[in-house]
Design a protein around this ligand. Sequence first.
Ligand code: AR6
Length: 170
Amino acid sequence: MTRIEARQGDITTEKLDAIVNAANPTLLGGGGVDGAIHRVAGPQLRAECATLGGCRAGEARLTQGYRLPAPHVIHTVGPVWSGGTKGEPDLLRRCYVNALDLADHHGIRHLAFPSISTGAYGYPIDQAARIATGTVRAYAEGETEIELVRFVCFSAEDLAVYQALLKPPG
Ligand code: AR6
């Protein structure tokens, strides 16, 4: 059984097996959650990322967490929102599936996701959160060893959106 939950907070403080980074295709750092993760992890994270040769939208890469409380970081690159007709929903879904697959393959049981693409990349929060929660739920119904998926929302508004979607029906 995979437990799925949402909390408000700063993902860099999470002490789970892995945190997911909303990166860009260079994997060399940026603003938002990516900047926060690199700041806390320290320069060794950037050095490891520099060996990876980048990452396309929808794909995911694993590194160590260095000075982060989480021992691993799963970097994924969300789609840039450009109206929703450029394959953004499928790319966003693939971010979650590929991050979860990578976690499963490396024995990661507890991981946290930020709200991928909903900051600098402009994806509307309601649509992105629906894809995030729906994709993780569907994944949890398959064969997986993952025990906990936590959505870490930066704002109370985002948390309310995730919580409404995670409420059991009825
Ligand atoms: N913990 C949790 N969530 C956070 C944190 C944090 N410490 N900081 C920001 N958020 P964004 P994107 C939230 O812009 O839209 C970077 O420059 C934020 O409020 O970080 O996928 C990369 O290098 C929002 O809800 O990621 C790329 O160039 C969510 O994280 C680009 O931004 C995602 O916002 C990626 O854009």
